[in-house]
Design a protein around this ligand. Sequence first.
Ligand code: AMP
Length: 118
Amino acid sequence: MSIFSKMIDGEISCNKVMENDDFLAFHDINPKAPIHILIIPKIKIKNFQEVSPKTMAGLTSFTQKVATLLGLDKSGYRLITNNGSDGGQEVMHLHFHLLGGAKLSWGHLSDSNSKNFI
Ligand code: AMP
């Protein structure tokens, strides 16, 4: 069972931002930007390659609400999902990284140093 599944089941705690019946948003424990939220479906889906269009529709709407709640709808933000080994996915439960709170650089996406996020 992944660490995110344990959060959904309440076995371990998270710093929750928003939740509904299908999705959960919480602060990343190791933020790469002033605001770094993880958004996950409550059903077990390994990664983006395995998600259905129906789940993505709900996740899109939920993500927009999270961005609005945090004021990022006006200032802007970045949404990333790491898919599989080469994509850098560490937790095998679908999650989107919602990053904002500063003007984010773009160059880091082509190297392996994730510390250069902003
Ligand atoms: P990824 O590399 O895309 O699989 O991202 C996994 C993310 O999960 C990383 O950004 C971690 O910092 C984050 N993470 C791991 N454990 C926790 C936790 N207990 N609470 C919040 N975020 C976590």
